[in-house]
Design a protein around this ligand. Structure first.
Ligand SMILES: Nc1ncnc2c1ncn2[C@@H]1O[C@H](COP(=O)(O)OP(=O)(O)OP(=O)(O)O)[C@@H](O)[C@H]1O
Ligand SMILES: [Mg+2]
Length: 296
């Protein structure tokens, strides 16, 4: 089967500002992909290129077509859907009419617990309700490739939960879904593939497991009267920080470093071991903070 998305050596600039320097990745059909990056990294720009809303002459293939040429693509973008005089049911019916194999709007509204909103005007909805309705539009499309740009911004905890349940449901239906987010945590449970966009390039492309293997560090801290420099020779130590008798070690393999620490156990107190969170991993990648222990 051909890949749902193929991007090869993509470059893009707005005037003098080069936003995408060299972006290459592929997405297999049926995968959920998390596209992560800081503010201004170029996530929305990349999505717009994949949708054919921004033109490039670079090689990009979407379901085997040029961007914008496949009928089976739907998207949900940042920004609200404010259309005066249009009701929720009407906009969903319009979406259904545009796609070859849509789902019934009433069914989708029911699934999202939004049936009550069908006769409401879009202009009368809260920001959060609008986000839910925009999401309902992508569900109604029943498209096989779906782009969601920071879909959960402005949603409360319950709405987020509903949202992720529905993403899982779409995944089970075999859809390919690309979701942008600032947060690894949010995306980790559902994403099969994680892409991290930094400085106009894909800094990481792989599974969550691979990401953790590559970037996971363990912070080992304790107090001791010994000179900090002697701990530098322990296996897999990436960085050491000493403040008075407090030592903080950053290790790329916590278990191995701890085994080496055993001979010193009688001379150390208040031993504390913490694995880096996904948040830390994200910061390590996006800000180049390789030596966590030296930084704080
Ligand atoms: N239409 C435009 N004209 C000029 N510059 C733009 C335009 N749209 C975006 N940019 C710039 O391109 C860069 C990437 O923007 P983009 O919106 O793609 O980033 P993003 O990763 O989606 O950010 P965020 O997380 O804030 O949504 C930013 O520096 C932005 O200011
Ligand atoms: Mg954006």
């Amino acid at each position: 089967m051909t890949n749902a998305i193929i991007v090869n050596n993509l470059k893009f600039n707005y005037g003098n500002q080069q936003v995408l320097q060299d972006v290459s990745f592929e997405v297999q059909p049926g995968k959920v992909v998390g596209l992560i990056g800081e503010n201004g990294a170029g996530k929305t720009t990349l999505l717009k290129i994949l949708l054919g809303l921004l033109k490039t002459n670079m090689k990009v293939s979407i379901l085997g077509h040029r961007p914008g040429m496949s009928q089976s693509v739907a998207s949900m973008f940042q920004g609200d859907l404010k259309l005066p005089g249009v009701k929720v049911g009407e906009i969903l019916a319009e979406v259904a009419a545009q796609y070859p194999n849509p789902k019934a709007p009433q069914t989708v509204l029911k699934e999202l617990n939004l049936s009550d909103l069908a006769h409401h005007y879009l202009n009368d909805l809260s920001g959060e309700q609008l986000r839910r309705v925009t999401f309902a539009m992508t569900l109604v499309s029943n498209a096989s490739l779906i782009f969601l740009d920071e879909p959960t911004v402005g949603m409360d905890v319950n709405a987020r939960q509903d949202f992720w349940i529905n993403v899982d449901r779409m995944k089970n239906e075999g859809k390919t879904i690309l979701i942008t987010s600032h947060y690894l945590e949010e995306i980790q449970q559902t994403a099969d593939q994680i892409l991290i966009l930094k400085d106009g390039k894909i800094e990481f492309d792989g599974t969550l497991n691979e990401l953790q293997k590559q970037y996971l560090t363990t912070q080992i801290s304790f107090e001791t009267k010994r000179e900090g420099s002697i701990f530098r020779k322990l296996t897999q130590v990436q960085a050491i920080k000493q403040t008075g008798n407090k030592i903080k070690i950053s290790s790329t393999n916590g278990d191995a470093t701890l085994r080496d620490l055993v001979p010193y156990l009688e001379e150390i107190q208040h031993l504390n071991i913490i694995d880096a969170s996904l948040e830390n991993i994200f910061q390590t990648i996006t800000r180049g903070e390789k030596n966590n222990a030296e930084d704080d």
